[in-house]
Design a protein around this ligand. Structure first.
Ligand code: AMP
Length: 419
């Protein structure tokens, strides 16, 4: 019986993987420019990290985690997102003793048991950054501007940046009370999950995916109605910095994000070009999370971008990635007598940094030329016995369709000139 990959996972095949490598290179370059160093944390963590860090009442923790008991009877969870792990690493490795702010980035697979569809998978990939130790609104603006810079360098268009402030522990009780007053008459008509959230965390009702709950939440009071003066000042300053660097945004007071740890700034980047799963990235500030995870009170902020959705958007927008295709050189073997010499030449070209390939199926010369075309080789070295004995080979430029004899000793220089 054929064994297939688990639902909601993808194989990233040669031909496609080059786009991923391009994104990795681009994001790495941007991070160097913005002063972020890479961090790599485990793919699985103690379940408690996420239930505490992401929030008990979130969809992620309530319905979407890949949780299992390991052979030592511990509850383990495949990471559904990157922030909680990064915070744990910051605390556990005492990175708060370093000069602040500490700026890190990560990239890798995340796991959520969600209903798969275009742009939504059970194993997907995020690139994200986190900044610890600064409450400066300029850092909020840096993080947001950096995300937009990455999209822009990829060439993505038609993006909307939604911006909100979700307040702090001082504003929340007021909002909680107002939300409970607002939802009280609708309580019995909310979904079962939201009925539970009403007591535990009514703000989450605004993030419910059920249309019914979204309908009831339409005119609910919002965080912006109840911001304390400090949060209001912070929000105004973030907008001021974004204006300064020309990053345009829409204030969206309905934006609450799917994770509980956010305080103050919350943002999400959307596109209409990929259907229902329109969020291609998001993030925000989480000033209570580090303390919640056992560290000293430390402010934090970050974002995560979904790499599959970036690639999907790029494809829908017809963006072509600058990806080098095919080998520089293909060696065509014209006669069995030179097979060993061809293999030696192949190896020596590679050792000199030239991407080179040959035939391994015993093809005829004509079939080898066809195969070299399929590989998109730029040059073909045709190595024949007679030419070899004269110390030369024929080199064909596949694009120009021209060929000439080159002395074997001059081959490397000839190829390098045509890079
Ligand atoms: P979140 O951690 O939920 O804020 O998600 C951040 C980004 O990750 C989203 O904007 C999406 O681009 C991406 N993402 C989240 N969940 C999925 C998923 N199930 N499949 C693919 N991408 C996802």
């Amino acid at each position: 019986m054929l064994i297939t990959r688990p639902r909601g996972t993808n194989d990233i095949l040669p031909g496609e993987v080059e786009k991923w490598q391009f994104l990795e290179q681009l994001t790495g370059q941007v991070c160097r420019e913005y002063g972020y160093g890479e961090i790599r944390t485990p793919i699985f963590e103690h379940t408690e990290l996420f239930s505490r860090g992401v929030g008990e009442t979130t969809d992620i923790v309530e319905k979407e985690m890949y949780t299992f008991t390991d052979r030592g009877d511990r509850s383990i969870t495949l990471r559904p997102e990157g922030t909680a792990s990064t915070v744990r690493a910051y605390v556990e490795n005492k990175l708060y003793a370093l000069p602040q702010p500490v700026k890190v980035y990560y990239a890798g697979p995340m796991f959520r048991y969600d209903r798969p569809q275009a742009g939504r998978y059970r194993q997907f990939h995020q690139f994200g950054v986190e900044v610890f130790g600064s409450n400066d609104p300029a850092i909020d603006a840096e993080v947001i501007a950096m995300a937009m810079d990455i999209y822009q360098r990829i060439g993505l268009k038609n993006l909307e940046l939604h911006l909100n402030s979700v307040g702090c522990p001082a504003c929340r009780p007021v909002l909680r009370q107002r939300l409970q007053e607002y939802f009280k008459p609708h309580l019995e008509n909310l979904c079962l999950n939201c009925q539970g959230r009403y007591e535990r965390n009514p703000l989450r009702i605004l993030d419910c995916k059920s249309e019914k709950c979204q309908g009831f939440g339409k005119d609910a009071p919002t965080t912006l109605d109840v911001l304390c003066p400090d949060c209001a000042d912070h929000f105004a300053a973030v907008k001021g910095y974004l204006d300064e660097v020309g990053v345009s945004y829409t204030v969206n007071n309905r934006l609450v994000r799917g994770l509980d740890y956010y305080t103050r700034t919350a943002f999400e980047i959307m596109t209409q070009d990929i259907g229902a799963q329109s969020s291609i990235g998001g993030g925000g500030r989480y000033n209570g999370l580090i303390e919640e995870c056992g560290g000293p009170a430390t402010p934090g902020i970050g974002f995560a971008l979904g790499l599959e959705r970036i690639l999907l958007t790029a494809e829908r927008q017809g963006i072509v990635f600058p990806i080098a295709r095919g080998p520089q050189v293909f060696i065509a073997i014209a006669g069995g007598g030179v097979a060993k010499k061809a293999f030696g030449l192949l190896q020596s070209l590679r050792q000199q940094g030239i991407a080179a390939e040959q035939d391994f199926l015993g093809r005829s010369l004509k079939a080898q030329m066809k195969y070299a075309g399929k590989l998109a080789a730029r040059l073909v070295i045709i190595l024949g016995e007679e030419e070899y004995n004269r110390g030369v080979a024929v080199v064909r430029d596949m694009q120009a369709g021209e060929q000439q004899e080159v002395a074997l000793g001059d081959l490397v220089g000839f190829i390098q000139e045509r890079r």
